[in-house]
Design a protein. Structure first.
Length: 252
């Protein structure tokens, strides 16, 4: 197992925040996908996968339909997907993905969060090189699936890491065995097509950023300063994802 598995195993910070934040984030992704590729999931693979991801997060059907409808409503502002980079306290690199209808507001807010916590917003490319942009799929596992054979097949479609794990469900709910598939950013469509044509049940599909450098371990007080920055960013409605290179485990 490679870096994606190790990073996923260590990452302890909130994935998307509370349920309302999760639905807001997914709603924007659905609207953007529908606007760029069409509102019919049958003819829009990216939209089809995001809808499946939304269902796996228990997003109500009405919310999904409203998000699709927003893509064709004339009075709706367009979302722009923007990425910001910077350094948090004590040299922790941050990469923030946003979807916003007001870039001036978003950049001002993001800059203020860095400033308040003793960090600094950087320029484009200042930390991007520390992260690999990946396609990530979660499919339902089955004892009949030969994981090594599946991995060999997927390599031809751009996958570089395939492994089994128990799904990350809400506390108290039953976990189910799944197969995680990581591939290059560009291979999303090819991997999705392969999985659909072979009849695998896709639970979710998304993009992720995996640090390609060693995670930085900080003392508890310094880690807390960066956790404050993470909270500020994740609670901003324009922020979709927050990535960093800090080890969230307590310093031993």
């Amino acid at each position: 197992m490679g870096r994606a598995f190790e990073f996923r195993k260590e990452r302890k910070f909130k994935r998307w925040g509370n349920m309302a934040r999760t639905f807001t984030r997914l709603g924007k992704e659905i609207t953007i996908a529908a606007k760029t590729g069409g509102t019919d999931p049958a003819g829009n693979p990216r939209l089809r996968t995001i809808i499946q991801t939304a269902k796996s997060e228990n997003m109500p059907k009405d919310n999904i339909e409203r998000a699709i409808k927003r893509a064709v409503e004339k009075d709706q502002s367009d979302y722009k997907e923007l990425v910001y980079e910077g350094y948090g306290p004590h040299g922790i690199a941050f990469l923030i993905e946003t979807a916003t209808d007001n870039p001036m507001r978003t950049v001002a807010n993001v800059r203020s969060y860095f400033t308040k916590t003793g960090g600094s917003l950087g320029t484009s490319g200042s930390v991007d090189f520390m992260f690999d942009h990946k396609s990530v799929f979660k499919i339902k596992d089955d004892p009949s699936i030969d994981i090594e054979e599946l991995e060999l097949e997927l390599i031809d479609f751009g996958a570089d890491e395939v492994y089994r794990e128990m799904s990350e469900e809400e506390e108290g709910s039953e976990e189910i065995p799944v197969i995680m598939i990581y591939g290059s950013f560009e291979s999303f469509g090819a991997i999705q097509k392969f999985l659909e044509e072979k009849g695998y049940e896709i639970i979710s599909g998304r993009f992720d950023r995996i640090p390609n450098v060693d995670l930085k371990t900080l003392p508890e007080d310094q880690r807390a300063e960066n956790e404050k920055l993470i909270d500020l960013l994740e609670n901003d409605d324009d922020v979709q994802n927050v990535y960093h290179i800090m080890n969230m485990e307590a310093n031993q």
